[in-house]
Design a protein around this ligand. Structure first.
Ligand SMILES: *[C@@H]1O[C@H](CO)[C@@H](O)[C@H](O)[C@H]1NC(C)=O
Ligand SMILES: *[C@@H]1O[C@H](CO)[C@@H](O)[C@H](O)[C@H]1NC(C)=O
Ligand SMILES: *[C@@H]1O[C@H](CO)[C@@H](O)[C@H](O)[C@H]1NC(C)=O
Ligand SMILES: [Zn+2]
Length: 952
């Protein structure tokens, strides 16, 4: 049957059956739900009763000006599900729905024979669980394995911002200053049900025929597949897309717009790759097109399954959305990115954002195999999607451009953040039961991404890359167009390693399970007897909190190590597998340091006995490069964690990291700025202590600043550029005189003579320029931002605007953040940049918040974001500010649902201060400055590492 013929028949059928049940449903109707599920641990899950084989979706959107009888920013929807019961006797159909209104439902057999619905209770919308239950007439049941056609008519919302997902609207101004509308979809993970009533769980896969009836003056619509047919319908145009591959509902993607267009195209008929964006960004697609096709080809070869062979007619479009809730989302055939994550412009985009374009493209393309082709059956194991995608984010892009050093950068950007997330007592295992949409979203967390990826890296080094590749190819082939559970992944690894002895001779399934099923990660304690050469090892779960209760957990840990007399940094094959609480290794006797976890490829921290630490400290002081850069990064990250958790005295810790004073290396400094700043944040309320500590920091920073310099040099290694970006932001923020002076001078030169500031220097130059500058300087950058046509640069300026200390500017900043001059996705971050850029600004923000509480809540859209707005203010207030906040909270207690969030934020701000107060003497002593002597009244604060963790 042709597409056209079918579309004629269906409305006819609908007319026939509809007349039998002329009902109008809306949300106000009272229903008597026939199911109560509150005690069911799977209460939000669909029963596994149907196989939805195919679905036709038709969407008719209405924008600002809707025709009579239609509401602006809604759409009419028709969904026709073809489904087969998996057993006899079913008398109802349950699917998920969160549309605005369901207006009609009919059910027929495949031949069009109506199946009668219940007389009085044909439909129940069970809002709590987002269920739509369709009840058959009493006595009617469905026949196993026979095809039925379920037709649902409904109305959906085009939501105001992408933060609420589903179909959302966005806008931007064209070159004539006219507002241009578009609507996009973001359905991952539980928002397919906002686009159409559907089987909205990743384990249900079907094919989709999508059509859109758009206003005729709009641009061509984009969706997962190419347009098969275009039909003129007066002031509307209907576009019918080719059938999608068999896939989960959350991968559907539609982009309806006034003028989005293809801005870069490889024009390869068999391997098409295109970048799509608003028409005003036509010059920004070159880099994304440069990396995408080679990445696709690399995956084709590495995974042994070719992208364009997965399904006939599969395209590979990447669209840049000015409004987007996360980083990017892997919709099949039409991946959506936040604009800054896809578009790049020479002279405007900084090296960090450019690097993310490469890595995130790699991440989304990896999802084509891990996520789309095979899919985690349920979100409890979302690491099966996100762990693999995050792993390849670095390791695939590394193969396409080695100059980015992404293999090495994985350690500081992913592995160390996995260890950090895992060190909290409330961390979750990779496999973690989730039920409600909130729980599902919560499991799209650092653990699923960073720990999943780090486990894969450790596994690769443990079983060899050849076996690793073999396992991946196996699981992809076995589960293609299907759902996968971790057991499928384990079985593939077992298959790949069968007949090959791995060190330790353990069942590889057991090995992986230990890491997947248990929360936390281990610390390896190493005690070396240098006289005898006997190394005694023990392991335990690492907690950052010294008061956490130890557990009996153990992990199978692949061990690599090397030692001082003959360091070998390149043998990354584990020589031992430790999976008891304690173990021993015999080496040759000798007064020499040992290092475990060579290049930190394993997901564990390493602590040594004092003697070995001292030998490492000495070696590092004598010759910094005598220890591999990734092991230096490991040492810095571990030492800060050990001092915090009271496993290591401050004195010894600072003795070990004293080498940072001679080290200008990016990998050492990335964890160092975080660690040093963590302490500094706890001294802010003690100006004398802070002044001494800052002197120490300036001493630490000497070598690295000399090495990176204040100017960007064409052709320098990426890691040097990144190091400068992070280190100078840190230095200028803590008031490093030379840094501030240099930045202010660059800012002034830009204002006076238009000398452009290199994009890689803008973060600290703009911030310091405004912090030291006037209201006019602020206003100047404010205007410059409004005229920017580059999202990366626009957000960089937004961040800098928060650095001003001018009260008028701060109030205007707050007005701006609550208005449409800042995209909804940037508002919560913008508020944090305001306090982080200048700590005193939190007090001004608090006064503003008190007067505009509802406007704040509305502006950030999500309740969780509003909670973090409250918490973040507290984190930057001094005691006087906290008392003010506390008094205010108490006065509005009855009307403020977030009262407790505010109180606990105040408590945690106070406990941070107390931590600093209690330990200041000991720490100053450890850094060689026994008594605090100076008084510094200005209190500036470094940008805390913003947790802008974004789903991608
Ligand atoms: C869906 O579209 C394909 C072409 O892409 C067409 O062959 C098919 O008949 C359509 N309808 C169904 C129900 O598959
Ligand atoms: C299309 O891309 C493929 C894969 O990179 C390549 O082998 C082929 O030569 C390209 N075709 C054209 C016409 O460029
Ligand atoms: C420091 O160690 C590195 C690596 O072992 C070596 O190449 C270099 O020559 C040493 N430098 C000095 C000054 O000894
Ligand atoms: Zn992802």
């Amino acid at each position: 049957m042709s597409v056209l013929a079918k579309l004629v028949i269906v409305p006819a059928l609908l007319a026939l059956v509809k007349s039998e049940f002329p009902f109008e449903l809306d949300e106000d109707l009272e229903f008597q739900p026939s199911i109560t599920r509150s005690n069911d641990p799977n209460s939000y899950r669909l029963p596994d009763e149907f196989d939805p084989t195919h679905c036709d979706i038709e969407v008719t959107p209405y924008f600002e000006t809707a025709p009579a009888g239609k509401e602006p920013f809604t759409f009419d929807g028709e969904a026709i599900h073809y489904l087969k019961p998996k057993k006899d006797g079913l008398s109802s159909i349950i699917l998920q729905d969160n549309v605005k209104r369901v207006t009609g439902v009919t059910l027929t057999t495949a031949n069009g024979v109506p199946v009668l619905l219940h007389d009085t209770n044909p439909l129940e919308r069970i809002r709590q669980y987002f269920f739509l239950k369709i009840n058959l007439r009493d006595g009617t049941t469905l026949v196993n394995d026979q095809e039925y056609v379920l037709h649902i008519s409904y109305i959906g919302n085009i939501n105001e911002t992408p933060l609420t997902r589903g179909m959302f609207r966005g806008s931007y101004k064209d070159s004539n200053g006219r507002v241009r509308w578009y609507a996009g979809t973001h359905l991952q993970p539980t928002h397919g049900r906002q686009l159409f009533p559907c089987f909205d769980e990743p384990g249900f896969k079907s094919t989709y025929n999508i059509s859109v009836i758009r206003p005729a003056h709009f641009a061509k619509t984009f969706s997962n597949m190419e347009i098969a047919e275009t039909i003129e319908m007066g002031d509307r145009v209907k576009e019918i897309f080719y059938r999608t591959p068999r896939m989960s509902a959350y991968l559907i993607s539609i982009l309806i717009s006034e003028d989005f267009t293809v801005i870069a195209d490889n024009k390869n008929v068999t391997h098409p790759y295109r970048i799509i964006a608003r028409s005003t960004a036509v010059n920004q697609g070159k880099y994304a097109l440069e990396v995408g096709p080679p990445l696709t080809e690399w995956f084709d070869n590495y995974l042994g399954i070719k992208y364009y062979d997965m399904e006939p007619g599969l395209k590979n479009d990447q669209v840049a959305s000015p409004d987007w809730a996360s980083g990017a989302t892997e919709n099949w055939g039409l991946v959506s990115y936040r604009e800054v994550r896809l578009l790049c412009e020479d002279g405007e985009t900084n090296a960090l954002d450019k690097m993310y374009i490469g890595t995130i493209t790699a991440h989304e393309l990896a999802h084509k195999w891990f996520g789309n082709y095979i899919t985690a059956k349920w979100w409890d194991n979302v690491w099966v999607n996100e762990g693999f995608a995050s792993y390849f984010e670095h390791f695939a892009m590394h193969e396409v451009d080695r100059s980015l050093e992404l293999e090495a950068q994985f350690n500081i950007m992913y592995l160390q953040s996995a260890l950090s997330a895992d060190s909290s007592a409330s961390t979750r295992a990779l496999r973690h039961t989730v039920n409600s949409p909130t729980e599902v979203t919560g499991h799209f967390s650092g653990i699923s991404y960073s720990k999943g990826a780090s486990l894969l890296l450790m596994l690769k080094h443990y079983i060899s890359e050849t076996n690793f590749k073999k396992a991946l190819n196996r699981v992809l082939s076995e589960r293609s167009f299907n759902a996968a559970v971790p057991e499928d992944v384990y079985a593939a690894f077992k298959y790949a390693t069968t007949g090959d002895t791995v060190v330790g001779n353990i069942d590889i399934e057991d090995f992986i399970k230990y890491w997947v099923d248990q929360p936390g990660s281990p610390v390896l304690d190493v005690h070396v007897n240098m006289e005898t050469g006997l190394i005694e090892l023990s392991q335990e779960r690492f907690f950052i909190s010294p008061s956490a209760k130890p557990t009996e957990q153990v992990w199978p840990i692949p061990l690599t190590y090397t030692f001082g007399s003959q360091p070998n940094w390149n043998d990354l094959n584990p020589t031992h597998l430790m999976w008891k609480k304690t173990d021993q290794i015999q080496k040759a006797p000798g007064q020499e340091w040992v290092i475990f976890n060579v290049q930190q490829k394993g997901l564990y921290r390493v602590n040594y006995d004092e003697n070995n630490w001292r030998m490492l400290a000495r070696a590092l002081k004598e010759n910094v490069t005598s220890i591999h850069q990734l092991n230096r990064a490991q040492i810095v990250d571990d030492v800060f964690a050990f001092m915090r958790s009271e496993r290591m005295p401050f004195k010894l810790g600072f003795e070990v990291i004293d080498f940072l004073k001679d080290d200008g290396n990016y990998y050492s400094w990335y964890p160092a700025t975080t660690g040093l700043n963590w302490y500094r944040n706890r001294f802010l309320h003690m100006p004398e202590v802070l002044a001494v500590y800052d002197e120490v920091l300036f001493e630490f920073l000497g070598t690295v600043i000399a090495e990176v310099g204040y100017d960007y040099v064409d052709g320098e290694p990426l890691t040097k550029t990144l190091n400068r970006l992070f280190v100078l932001s840190f230095a200028c923020n803590i008031g490093h005189a030379e840094c501030v002076e240099n930045a202010v001078q660059k800012f002034k030169a830009m204002r006076a003579g238009g000398t452009p500031v290199n994009p890689n220097l803008r973060r600290h130059v703009f911030c310091a320029g405004l912090r030291e500058g006037t209201y006019d300087d602020w206003r100047w950058l404010y205007e410059r931002r409004l005229n920017s046509n580059n999202q990366g640069d626009e957000v960089a300026m937004l961040r800098a605007l928060g650095c001003s200390s001018d009260e008028k500017a701060i109030n205007e900043f707050l007005d701006m953040v609550l208005s449409d001059k800042v995209k909804a996705q940037d508002r919560a971050n913008a508020l944090t940049w305001l306090y982080a850029g200048n700590r005193g600004n939190a007090k001004v923000a608090l006064q503003y918040l008190k007067k505009n509480i509802d406007a704040f809540r509305d502006a950030v859209i999500l309740p969780a974001s509003f909670n973090s707005v409250l918490s973040n203010i507290a984190a930057y207030l001094d005691e006087e500010g906290l008392e003010d906040m506390e008094a205010w909270l108490n006065s509005v207690q009855g009307t403020l649902p977030e009262y407790n969030v505010g109180l606990s934020a105040i408590a945690s701000a106070r406990s941070s201060m107390k931590w600093g107060t209690d330990r200041a003497d000991e720490i100053l002593e450890a850094v060689g400055h026994g008594a605090a002597h100076a008084i510094v009244p200005t209190v500036t604060l470094l940008l805390s590492t913003l947790v802008a963790l974004m789903l991608r």
